[in-house]
Each structure stands twice: as C-alpha cells, then as structure tokens.
Design a protein around this ligand. Structure first.
Ligand SMILES: Cc1cc2nc3c(=O)[nH]c(=O)nc-3n(C[C@H](O)[C@H](O)[C@H](O)COP(=O)(O)O)c2cc1C
Ligand code: SF4
Length: 468
C-alpha cells in the first residue's frame, strides 16, 4: 500500500517515509519567506545576452488540447496563460507548439505559423514585466496526431514502440526531410522572436521527434549512429536560430534518461513491456531508468558550446513510461498502477537534475516532477535550490490546479490545501478522450464544465484501476 503524501502530515512522518523507501531527497523543515526561492537568477545566453529571472519558480510546458482545429489559441488557452502570468512564477516555459500541422500531437494543439503569430504575440503580452517567457517548439514525430488518429513519423524502426504507437507502417523520416525540418524550426523561432518571446525551446523529450533522434543508434545516415550525428538535428536548429534571430535566447528541454516501455501487468501494475538487451533508452544504463550520465553530460557540453545557457530536465515519456515521467498515484486512462512509490520517481528526477546542475554550474538548470510532493513541495524546492541541485524548480500539474502557489510560498503564506494537485491524472485522461485539457477535480472552472460529466463516463468505461 502506497501511503498518500497528504497523510504524511509532519516533517518526521515525511522524512521517516523517505528513509523507509531508501530515498535521499533534500528537504528543509521550514520554508523561509524571502529565502532562496525568492532570489533572482541569471540566464547567460551566448547570443542573446543575460536574462534575469526574478525568482526560482518556473511553470513547465503543458500542451493544450484546446486550441482551434487549425492551431490558433482560444479563450481557454488565454485563461491558462493568464493564470500562469498572475501566479508569480519568475519564468514560464510555455506549452508545446507545433512547427507544422503534421507535427501536432493532438488536433487542438497550438501551431506557430504566419497565420497564428499575432495571436501568439497577444498571449505573450499577458505576462508581467520581468517575467521570462519561452515557447516550446515541437514536432511530435512518432506521436503525431494532427487530425486525432495516429499519423506517426519516426526517427527509426523501434522494436518495442512501433506496434503500440501505431507506427508499424509509418515511414521513417529521411535525412532530406530532417534538413527541411531544421530550416522550418529556424523559421518558426524567428516568428517566436517577432511575437516577443524571450527564448524558444528546441524540444528533445518525451519520445517526440527531437528526443527519438537522440537514441537513433541504429539509424543510418547523417542523423543517426554516432553521438555527433544523433545530436545534429538539435545542433543545426540552434546554429540556424543564432544566425536568424540573434536576440532570441535558446533553451533545451530534454529527457535526461529514458526507460523501456511499460504496460499494465495482470494486476494493473506497470511491468516492462520489452526484454533485455535494450539499447534505445537515451541517458540510461540498458533498459533504464538508471541514469548513465555520459551522454547527457556530453549533450550539455555541446549545448554550452552552442551558447545555450538554459536547460530544463525531464525524463522518459508519458506514452510509454508515464510513472517515470510524471509520478502519480492515480494513473491516466491509458496508464497502469505505479510499480513504485511515486516519491521514488520524484527523487530519481531530482537526483539526475542535480548531477547535471553540478556538471554545468554555469548554466541555468530547471528541474521537474515536483507535483507529487504536494504539501512538501516548497520544503523540497527550497532544499534543492539551497544546495545547488538545480537553479529553478519547475511546476507542472500543480500549476494547473494551483497556479498562484509561487506567490503564496514566496510570501510565506500557508498553502491552500484544496488546490494542491493530488495527481488524479484527469488532466491527461481528459485529453486522451478528446476533451479539453484542464484540472477537472480541483479547478472550479473545469468542475463546472459539461466535459466533466463526459470525463466521468470515460473513467468508468476505461475502468481505471485503484491504487494499491
Ligand atoms: C496535461 C499535461 C501536458 C503536458 N504537456 C507538456 C508539453 O507540452 N511539453 C513538455 O515538455 N512537457 C509536458 N508535460 C510534462 C510536464 O511539463 C511535466 O514534466 C510533468 O507534468 C512532471 O511535472 P509535475 O510533476 O510538476 O507535473 C505535460 C504534462 C501534463 C500533465
Ligand atoms: S487533473 Fe488536477 S489534480 Fe489531477 S493531476 Fe491534473 S492538475 Fe493534478
């Protein structure tokens, strides 16, 4: 039985539970108002210069399923961005935005193009002076679903993922197609610059194209095989952006380590779906998820050489190892019960981030996977920043339910417990069922929407297992 974090309601109970799990997670007993989380930090970009971030909270990118069919923002998107703007985070790493229609992960994802750029500029303008805002540029590769049905484009034939991702008959992207895509990313970055974003992210995480290329050990040609070839896509995009938009900073979010795909076992608990030997997990020993830091360190060094000063870490993929990527007690409809206490997953990402931050103390490193910490998030966040294990703390799901958590923590206030994300995963289950994205359990706005009833039906139909 995995104990619920909200029931670990004293420092002793929480730290004793960590000890029982064998986890060495930094945690402070007291969170200081005006302490390290309130201190500014500086991003040094080799081309754009320095960016001062007013505090140590960042909102992580969270793809919406609520744009228009042709990639324009809607009122729901604007509401989400406004809440992030007003919540007090120093930096907002805005949601995955496709560089072309075919590269969208869902039929309501934002797209960046000549026809959407002015609306993206309006979205950028909802932020306050001093907040640093970047846009995540993406091509969804294997997980492209521009019209709803899978329309995968892969980096290589994958023995364990082709079947579950509907990619058995998908065409592998050719080198020429990747060359064209590099040019398109650069064009889209120029548009993001015009729209007023401070930086763009050349996304390389979660099994999407930029990430899959990193593990293209078996791919032939200019984009596969050697480390130099596997990182060519990212490097050429960054070089192109430097030349075309020198005032725009560049950040990179990447899955620092990966894991073999998981599937539900007979009792609903996740089990590995592929057997050893497995060599497709970038940054991991074998099937993972144990970090093998050699290539992640080499990637960071390559990014530093390209003048990148901003990194955001994450791990795995929500499609094939969600318990690694977003630790949760309650799985999404297409998931499985957690095979480990989700705190183990939190600690794994925090530790991998710390290793990167120590390797690159001159770079700004934002960590992820803090939402499952719930009431203990501020205590762990402060300890992590204080010990230099990251430069900033990224907020994912908890920013959907409780976007003004940074304001409350920085002011030394109590957390509003009814807004603390309990990792119910409805913000993943709803979009998987074609419903708009949002926090249905805790955000009164979504609670009141008709989709909530539909979501309940979907959850009954897919008979989500209960946590042990
Ligand atoms: C609804 C939803 C959408 C997401 N979309 C993105 C995305 O667009 N880009 C990305 O890099 N990560 C995305 N993520 C992953 C989060 O940025 C984050 O890594 C993850 O939720 C773990 O952080 P947390 O524990 O604070 O939630 C998404 C997560 C959720 C729940
Ligand atoms: S739906 Fe709300 S409570 Fe559930 S995981 Fe998402 S943000 Fe957290």
């Amino acid at each position: 039985m995995i104990p619920q974090v909200r029931k670990l309601d004293s420092f002793e109970a929480f730290t004793e539970h960590l000890r029982s799990l064998g986890i060495d997670l930094p945690v402070d007993e007291v969170v200081e108002p005006g302490g390290v989380l309130a201190q500014p930090t500086t991003v040094h970009d080799g081309s754009a210069g320095t960016l001062t971030v007013p505090n140590r909270f960042a909102i992580l990118p969270m793809e919406g399923w609520d744009g228009t069919a042709d990639g324009h923002p809607t009122d729901l998107v604007t509401r989400r961005w406004k809440r992030f703007a007003d919540g007090g985070s120093g930096l907002v790493w805005a949601e995955a935005t496709a560089v072309c229609h075919d590269g969208r992960a869902n039929p309501r994802q934002l797209t960046i193009s000549d026809s959407t750029v002015s609306e993206l500029a309006n979205l950028r303008s909802v932020f306050h002076d001093g907040q640093i805002v970047g846009l995540q540029l993406t091509h969804s590769g294997r997980y492209s679903r521009p019209e709803g049905a899978p329309a995968p484009r892969t980096a290589y034939r994958h023995p364990a993922l082709d079947e579950p991702s509907g990619a058995n008959d998908a065409s592998v992207m050719t080198d020429d197609e990747l060359d064209e895509l590099v040019a398109l990313f650069v064009q889209r970055a120029v548009l993001a610059d015009e729209a007023g974003f401070d930086f763009v992210d050349v996304k390389a995480c979660h099994g999407y194209l930029g990430h899959e290329l990193l593990s293209g050990f078996d791919r032939a040609g200019r984009y596969g095989g050697s480390f130099e070839n596997r990182t060519r896509f990212m490097r050429d995009i960054i070089t192109g952006i430097r030349a075309a938009a020198p005032r725009l900073a560049v950040g990179v979010r990447f899955s620092v380590f990966d894991a073999v795909p998981f599937r539900p076992g007979e009792d609903g608990v996740g089990v590995p779906a592929a057997t050893e030997p497995y060599h497709h997990a970038f940054g991991a020993h074998g099937s993972g998820p144990d970090l093998d830091a050699n290539e992640p360190f080499a990637l960071i060094d390559m990014l530093r050489d390209a003048g990148v000063g901003l990194i955001c870490t994450t791990a795995g993929s929500p499609y094939y190892c969600p318990h690694i990527q977003r630790p949760a007690l309650f799985p999404p409809s297409d998931g499985y019960l957690p095979p480990e206490d989700p705190l183990v997953g939190v600690a794994r990402q925090i530790d991998a981030t710390a290793q990167l931050a120590r390797h690159a103390p001159d770079m700004t490193v934002i960590g992820s996977a803090y939402s499952y910490l719930q009431e203990w998030l501020p205590n762990v966040a402060q300890a992590v920043i204080r010990s230099g294990d990251a430069s900033m703390v990224g907020l994912g799901r908890i920013a959907l339910s409780y976007p003004h958590l940074p304001t409350d923590v920085l002011a030394g206030g109590e957390l509003t417990r009814r807004l603390v994300c309990r990792t119910f995963s409805d913000c993943t289950t709803a979009p998987r069922a074609g419903l708009v994205s949002g926090c249905y359990p805790l955000d009164p706005f979504y609670k009141a929407r008709p989709e909530r009833v539909e979501l309940a039906t979907v959850k009954r139909r897919t008979r989500q297992p209960r946590p042990r």
